[in-house]
Design a protein around this ligand. Structure first.
Ligand SMILES: [Mg+2]
Length: 415
């Protein structure tokens, strides 16, 4: 199962956290230069105000006080975005941040009876800690999860679960094709002309007809509507990715600090490698651990912390050092941990950086060259041949069985 968690009317909800008087009133947030509407409260939607509508078209409503129009406060939105994503990551075994206010939650291996409770926990935490309303849909594929979330929002529900694609029939017939994830306005128009008006119509088309008219991407959407997952988590959000994470569940609980240090070091350097592949740098390195949530005799603990880098970096040594600093901060002696991970955020391109005059440059030319060479040797993901020395404790502790340890067994080539 996959979950999609999405903040309701995100920018408006952010504004309401600062000014409760906006609650229950028609509110819109305008784009830069106050040109057009980029967010609407439910009350504003009910007035018929459209997403992207030019502000001058609703000027009368604004002047009459029927609608409150705000200029965007993007620093506030960014701050709340980071905080709300941290909550998503806290409750889901694995989460991929998809946009400023949405994340896909990988629910593989979670008993279905637990989904509703996890969903409720996320909704309640976002309400309680940030006063941000969120909606969550669970379904067998990401496209179906998107649909469930949208329908929940329309119906004023906060958590929705679609157990199988077979149960989706009625839902899909009520879902306009133009609102379907991955279907643009132009494609929707073309589909109308061939009699496809809803997601249900598309699902009832034959696979070959969809492939002929919509190509490979259309076929993917068709598969997803039929309950066959084929949009990879690592592929979504490529353009808007604002965090990179590596998280693992251990086959056995971990209480050994050295073992955990090795793992965190490996995850951090893997994240750094992916960061460099995106030609980006990160400003924050977060580390977290979790105890086994299904052990009812011990409390469910989720220690985590975040290190802010003095200068954004993609250097493995800098990122690993920050991750290990975080680990030392949150380490709990003698508490068995089932899961741990590293999250890089505040991702930007190095060209956008404006280091202050007094910051020591964290990435000298020679470090960049070193990283380039390491990456050119470690071309196969998952089993790096060249590592930092602090990732080598694995040699003495081969018990971790998460796909990394095997690479230590007598490499025959590429030494
Ligand atoms: Mg949203």
């Amino acid at each position: 199962m996959t979950g999609l968690v999405d903040c309701n009317n995100f920018f408006v909800s952010c504004e309401r956290t600062r000014n409760p008087a906006l609650e229950g009133r028609p509110v819109v947030v305008l784009s830069n230069n106050d040109g057009c509407v980029v967010a609407r409260s439910n009350e504003a939607k009910a007035l018929g105000i459209k997403m992207g509508q030019p502000a001058f078209q609703i000027r009368d409503l604004i002047d009459a006080g029927a609608v409150i129009a705000l200029s965007g406060n993007h620093l506030l939105y960014r701050d709340l975005s980071i905080k709300v994503h941290a909550i998503f990551h806290r409750y889901a075994p694995s989460a991929i941040d998809y946009s400023v206010d949405e994340a896909f939650l990988d629910m593989t291996g979670i008993p279905t009876v637990a989904l509703r409770e996890i969903g409720r926990n996320i909704v309640e935490a976002c309400d309680r800690e940030l006063h941000l309303p969120v909606t969550i849909g669970f379904a067998p594929t990401k496209t179906l999860a998107k649909i469930v979330t949208e329908l929940c929002k329309k119906r004023g529900r906060r958590v929705g679960i679609l157990m199988s694609a077979a149960d989706a029939e009625g839902l899909l017939d009520s879902f306009p094709i133009g609102e379907l994830w991955g279907i643009g306005r132009r494609l929707a128009k073309r589909l109308y002309s061939s009699g496809v008006y809803t997601a249900g119509d598309l699902r009832r088309s034959t696979r070959s007809a969809v492939r002929d008219s919509m190509g490979v991407n259309g076929e993917k959407i068709w598969n997803e509507l039929n309950g066959i997952p084929c949009i990879e988590l690592s592929h979504v959000g490529r353009d808007v990715q604002d965090s990179i994470s590596e998280t693992r569940t251990f086959p056995e609980d971990v209480i050994d600090f050295d073992f955990m240090r090795t793992k965190i070091s490996i995850y951090a350097s893997s994240c750094a490698r992916r960061l460099r592949a995106m030609k980006s740098v990160c400003g924050r390195v977060a580390v977290f651990m979790r105890t086994n949530r299904f052990h009812t005799d011990t409390p469910y603990l989720r220690p985590g912390t975040e290190i802010v880098l003095p200068v954004p970096s993609s250097d493995t040594q800098t990122i690993v050092a920050a991750a290990l600093q975080g680990l030392r901060r949150i380490w709990l002696p003698r508490v068995p941990m089932k899961r741990a991970g590293v999250i890089l955020s505040d991702i930007t391109s190095p060209e956008a950086l404006q280091p202050s005059l007094f910051d020591a440059p964290s990435q000298s030319a020679s470090t960049s060259e070193l990283m380039r060479i390491i990456d050119s040797i470690n071309t196969v993901p998952g089993a790096p041949k060249l590592r930092l020395a602090n990732q080598l404790t694995d040699l003495r502790r081969p018990s971790g069985n998460d796909g990394y340890s095997s690479s230590f067994q007598a490499p025959r080539e590429g030494r």
